[in-house]
Ligand binder design. Structure first.
Ligand SMILES: [Zn+2]
Length: 263
């Protein structure tokens, strides 16, 4: 195995609790995010990775501190405005993906910062099940035949990851409840991430690849009724109630395009 793609978010970073902690001038969680991504990248290099591309995938996409990342990585910053979104930079040449700092989906009690792509959405389901950014992005990779082999973030997300595919390694750095969070020590979290990535790299990575559904039914319930009306004009979308739209397709790229415009 040689080429690894890391998609890095911040709301599943060890100890993070409220939105102001995700933003400048608060630098602490950027630093911890960088430490966790570095732990994953170092473990990947130690276990056979020759190329690693890291996508800074939170908000401005300018959170990671570049010179604190391991040498030899390549870093994707900012947004390329295409449907690959948090997976920008991924192509068929990669062997596996790792997600760090990921979080529970919109409406889930497992993280005070639970959301799916945007905080203006109340619930997103794909084929009837609540969808986290993990699900959306894992299928972006699976569409190219690339498995996600390790995910770090809150415990509730890790449970959803195991439901999706029990072979994916996870590290539950936080356990959210209501508006609170209980976390590991940040340096212990980095050690656990190293161990999980090492185990993932040594495992049968093909087992981490999900079977792609034959069709996708994506329902988005917005917090505001006017957002549902506005997005109901996306070609093929139908409005099912005052705050919910539904889109059906058999082609996951079309699903990605819909989410690009409607999430
Ligand atoms: Zn984020």
């Amino acid at each position: 195995m040689s080429k690894i793609f890391i998609s890095a978010d911040i709301e599943g970073t060890t100890g993070i609790n409220v939105w102001p902690e995700t933003e400048p001038p608060n630098d602490y969680f950027r630093k911890q995010m960088t430490r966790e991504v570095s732990a994953a990248a170092n473990a990947a290099f130690l276990n056979g990775a020759t190329d690693i591309v890291i996508k800074d995938a939170h908000d401005s996409a300018r959170n990671l501190i570049p010179d604190e990342l391991p040498r030899k990585i390549r870093l994707v910053r900012g947004w390329m405005s295409d449907p690959d979104c948090m997976m920008q930079g991924l192509d068929k040449s990669f062997d596996a993906c790792i997600f760090t700092g990921y979080h529970s989906p919109a409406g889930n009690n497992g993280n005070p910062l639970s959301h799916t792509m945007t905080t203006s959405v109340f619930l997103v389901t794909i084929n009837g099940k609540p969808a986290a950014e993990f699900h959306i992005n894992a299928m972006i990779a699976a569409r190219l035949g690339i498995p996600v082999i390790c995910v770090t973030g809150d415990a509730a997300l890790c449970e959803l990851v195991h439901e999706f595919n029990p072979n994916i390694q996870t590290v539950a750095v936080n356990r959210g409840n209501g508006n609170g969070v209980e976390s590991m020590h940040p340096l212990d979290a980095c050690e656990a991430i190293k161990e999980a990535v090492a185990k993932a790299m040594k495992g049968d990575i093909k087992k981490c690849l999900p079977k792609m559904p034959k069709k996708f039914e994506i329902a988005i319930t917005y917090r505001e009724h006017h957002a549902a009306r506005r997005h109901s004009f996306y070609p093929g979308a139908e409005q099912v109630d005052s705050r919910t739209i539904l889109y059906k397709t058999a082609d996951y790229y079309e699903a990605m395009r819909f989410m690009h415009f409607c999430l």
